[in-house]
Design a protein around this ligand. Structure first.
Ligand SMILES: CC(C)(COP(=O)(O)OP(=O)(O)OC[C@H]1O[C@@H](n2cnc3c(N)ncnc32)[C@H](O)[C@@H]1OP(=O)(O)O)[C@@H](O)C(=O)NCCC(=O)NCCS
Length: 165
């Protein structure tokens, strides 16, 4: 599948909202590890499209403490290279911004994402045991389990970028 990626524009709000809502039950996500709610549809991001111009995925990010934090990443059709293409776009943006690296947080149940991130080059830097309890107080709709795995813990990952010379 040939995937094209471009920066999200204001006119993309309906499609971004649709993808975020399908994945996360709304545009509001818990900025994991930060203890507050974020409207991901207001963040900068990139949209992926397939050969036919159909939207294939979206990634949103925020600059924080010299790092670029990936706040959401969603491939409409997983396993077709969309996630990689979106992550490449944010990595290139982070290099442009002079960031030290990329950071993100996922949850213990999300084995697909954990596999994807580690194959991409991210390394685990922290485990926040029961971090999802605090997130669930802010967003009670976070499910209790996924695929039979209780959703409890936050895992923080980092991809360092080469220092600019
Ligand atoms: C996690 C997620 C973003 C990964 O995105 P993805 O598009 O599935 O990732 P990719 O397709 O780039 O890579 C996954 C696999 O597909 C393979 N792949 C890449 N291009 C491919 C293609 N053209 N055809 C088939 N498979 C392909 C990759 O090689 C990779 O497999 P490998 O690890 O064995 O090499 C996606 O699974 C997703 O949206 N999940 C739901 C939302 C979510 O959990 N987000 C993360 C929250 S923390």
């Amino acid at each position: 599948m040939t995937i094209s990626v471009r920066a999200v524009e204001p006119a993309d709000l309906p499609v971004v909202t649709r993808i975020l809502a399908a994945s996360w039950g709304g545009v509001t996500v818990v900025a994991l590890g930060r203890g507050d709610l974020v409207d991901a549809s207001e963040l900068p991001g990139f949209l992926a499209a397939d050969e036919g111009g159909e939207v294939a995925g979206v990634i949103t990010y925020a600059e924080r403490g010299g790092f670029v934090e990936v706040v959401t990443i969603d491939a409409v059709l997983p396993g077709k290279g969309v996630g990689r293409a979106l992550m490449d776009a944010v990595r290139d943006r982070a290099i442009e911004l002079g960031a030290s690296g990329l950071r993100l947080v996922t949850t213990n149940d999300n084995t697909r994402a954990l596999r994807f991130y580690q194959r991409y080059g991210f390394d685990l830097i922290a485990l926040h045991r029961h971090g999802v309890d605090a997130a669930r107080r802010l967003k009670p709709s976070i499910p209790a389990e996924s695929d039979g795995i209780p959703i409890r813990h936050e895992l923080e990952l980092e991809l360092l970028l080469p220092a600019r010379g």
